[in-house]
Design a binder for this molecule. Structure first.
Ligand code: SF4
Length: 265
């Protein structure tokens, strides 16, 4: 009987061959990438371990394109116990939105309401975020996907630890591969610092266009912080205008939105 390492090596070789074939044809459809799935017909424990190495090209085939891949990944996240945040959660919060969005919004972690409902950014801060997005023609129903650095609520809404963020990061990277956004908006210090691997404060990180995983990247304040401090409304609105420019105005805009419109509570 083959060891787990041998199985993984064999599997990865097949994946590399597959990726070469796909790169040669430009084809990313379902039929060509079903065969390696047969390799995964192993006991449940082995499948779980192997699935953590499944590359994006296979995730896309996970039951009907990006949508199927998103659902399969969400199911895996909901049953995850890779870090201690699983102990106190009501449920994990994988993410929400549409595949192929103009913007992937990345926050810090689920809060109390998100933990109860299983959806990201559904409390007052989430409604406020929706207004910012709406002001530049974006919405999670049409052209946005929203996720967090960690998928389970840290007790007392504390910051996730570096270990917890590291444990959860592979899920975010896999979401990125499945969702395939055009740009990234990090909201808040924790998200911006984790994605940019820096300890710089959000006051310095915000508003600067950079890259993350090869995609245009912008950071701004967290909506909760802006709800607490109205002086942050103006810089957030400037950041939303930068984001609008970044996506090329393709979302359409609310037209006459200004700082007050964007930050109307
Ligand atoms: S926070 Fe992420 S890594 Fe930790 S248990 Fe939840 S899903 Fe798993």
């Amino acid at each position: 009987m083959k060891t787990m390492r041998e199985l993984c090596t064999e599997y990865q070789n097949i994946v590399l061959d597959l990726e070469d074939a796909v790169a040669g044809t430009g084809f990313r459809g379902k039929r060509e990438i079903q065969a390696p799935r047969i390799i995964l017909q192993k006991p449940a424990a082995d499948q779980a371990a192997l699935s953590r190495t499944v590359p994006p090209v296979l995730e896309e085939a996970g039951g009907g394109g990006a949508g199927g891949g998103m659902e399969a990944l969400a199911a895996e996240i909901r049953s995850c116990r890779l870090c201690r945040l699983c102990e106190k959660r009501t449920q994990a919060v994988p993410g929400a939105g549409v595949p192929g969005p103009l913007v992937m919004v990345i926050g810090e972690a689920p809060g109390e309401e998100e933990d109860l409902r299983g959806e990201p950014f559904v409390g007052p801060a989430g409604k406020y975020l929706d207004k910012w997005l709406q002001a530049i023609g974006l919405s999670r129903e049409r052209n946005v996907y929203i996720a967090n650095i960690v998928k389970c609520r840290p007790p007392g809404n504390r910051d996730p630890s570096p270990e917890e963020a590291d444990a959860c990061m592979p899920y975010l990277l896999r979401q990125l591969s499945v969702v395939r956004p055009k740009s990234i908006l990090a909201v808040g210090r924790v998200a911006a610092q984790n994605l940019q691997k820096t300890s710089e404060g959000i006051g310095r990180l915000r508003g600067r266009v950079g890259t993350w995983q090869g995609l245009p990247f912008l950071a701004t304040f967290h909506p909760s912080a802006v709800l607490r401090d109205p002086l942050l409304r103006r810089p957030v609105w400037e950041d939303m205008q930068t984001l609008r420019d970044l996506i090329g105005g393709t979302a359409g805009t609310a037209g006459t939105a200004d700082a007050d419109t964007a930050s109307a509570g």
